[in-house]
Ligand binder design. Structure first.
Ligand code: HEC
Ligand code: HEC
Length: 357
């Protein structure tokens, strides 16, 4: 019979093996730490620092899944993959600011009071990750870029502050603040699986065809009362959450809504957004509105009162104004009314024939 305490042959081999494993791991860890001491650049493992970093440092970690030739819709990278990384808390704070902007930066914000009570997520759905829900999939890959609205090359800070000043009818964030840095970090992270220069499939808003007629605010009003007013209210003011800090249903017009300089104030952007996202629950795969309804809703909502915004420096080259930019002067013969409500096809055709000359 075998002694109870004596290890079997199998067990002792196992013991030797685990000792060997331990030694190998210990040596590897030692090499790693010595390397880290001499590695001042911090590029192998991001050392804990809470400041601006370049997109390349995130992007170089994994090969880009999405390039110009990709057929697949963009899916945001998984934040849980960052576990233990020094960037994790910064990126999570950025996501939190997109989802709960008002809590930190709204009229009762805990960090600063610089915006109207809306959250970025009200328009950039699912924290800026929803397909055709105005997501941020192509921000990291396309910024900095030239934008005709300002006539300058814009970086992510400028673009984020555009939405603060227009969509949230507020003040710009200091670019060196922890909040701006976190928002930027989150956007760079979201775009970390997209190759530089690529506008990834499913990002931003989905294009919509022009109607043959002008968009009609009266028809839009009927559709609004039938399909939207239950949440956004008949007066368009939305519904505040019980804590009075953010909205359960955000406002579509009135003093707490986006101002006239905002992206949604252009009928095409509004129509594209609602067609594939509203009423709440609609998706690009299961839209609930016809194209006509989306355009007419845009015409109705953008005919209601809302904050104004002086933008004297917008569109320094007026020939670059989008077809549906509602404020003149224009480089064509169409008036402000047609540029606001359409019909847009004649404007588009005139523009095309000018370019072909
Ligand atoms: C009222 C709706 C609304 C809100 C709220 C809003 N945005 Fe936007 N945002 C838009 C629209 C619409 C566009 C696209 C405009 C265009 O292309 O002309 C946009 C575009 C952007 C872009 C550029 C996207 C790209 O792919 O080029 C960034 C970045 C951005 N928003 C950040 C933010 C941040 C950060 C917040 C919160 C502080 C915010 N937005 C809040 C409506 C909104
Ligand atoms: C069931 C409730 C519900 C209905 C119905 C609904 N919405 Fe919304 N809507 C929301 C919510 C909630 C948000 C903000 C989403 C978020 O923060 O994730 C929103 C956001 C919006 C936004 C962007 C934010 C803003 O306030 O500017 C617009 C524009 C919008 N809805 C338009 C419409 C239109 C037009 C209709 C009718 C076709 C409609 N909604 C129907 C709940 C609803």
């Amino acid at each position: 019979m075998k002694q109870k305490n004596e290890p079997s042959f199998d067990e002792s081999v196992l013991n030797i093996k685990s000792v060997l494993y331990f030694i190998v791991i210990a040596i590897m860890a030692l090499i790693f730490f010595i390397f880290q001491i001499f590695n001042t650049s911090g590029s192998i493992i991001p050392l804990p620092k809470f400041q601006a970093f370049e997109v390349d440092s995130i992007q170089s970690k994994a090969p880009s899944k999405y390039s110009k030739s990709s057929e697949n819709y963009w899916i945001a990278p998984d934040i849980t993959s960052l576990k233990g990384s020094a960037l994790e808390s910064q990126i999570l704070y950025g996501k939190e600011l997109i989802q709960n902007t008002a809590k930190y930066l709204g009229p009762k914000g805990s960090v600063a009071q610089i915006s109207n009570g809306m959250n970025c997520q009200n328009c950039h759905l699912d924290a800026g990750t929803k397909i055709y829900g105005n997501n941020y999939g192509s921000v990291a890959s396309t910024f900095p870029k030239f934008r005709a609205r300002s006539g300058t090359e814009e970086n992510i800070y400028k673009r984020v502050n555009d939405c603060f000043e227009r969509s949230l009818n507020g003040q710009p964030l200091d670019t060196t603040s922890a909040e701006m840095q976190a928002i930027k970090a989150y956007m760079l992270f979201l775009g970390s699986n997209v190759e530089k220069g690529t506008v990834v499939k499913g990002s931003g808003l989905k294009d919509l065809l022009f109607l043959d007629r002008a968009a009609n605010p009266e028809s839009g009003k009927k559709i609004y009362l039938a399909k939207c007013a239950s949440c956004h209210m008949a007066d368009g003011k939305g519904v505040k959450a019980q804590d009075g800090i953010a909205y359960t249903y955000p406002p579509l017009w009135g003093s707490n809504s986006y101002n006239m300089g905002a992206g949604l104030y252009r009928l095409s952007n509004f129509a594209k957004y609602v067609k594939y996202n509203m009423p709440l629950g609609a998706t690009y795969e299961a839209p609930q509105l016809t194209d006509e309804e989306a355009w007419d809703l845009a015409a109705f909502v953008n005919s209601q009162s809302r904050p104004t915004k002086a933008t004297p420096n917008d569109w320094p080259d007026i020939s670059k104004k989008p077809i549906d930019h509602p404020f003149g002067p224009y480089s064509d013969q169409f008036d402000e009314k047609q540029h606001k409500y359409g019909p847009f096809k004649p404007i588009a055709e005139a523009k095309k024939s000018k370019q072909n000359k």
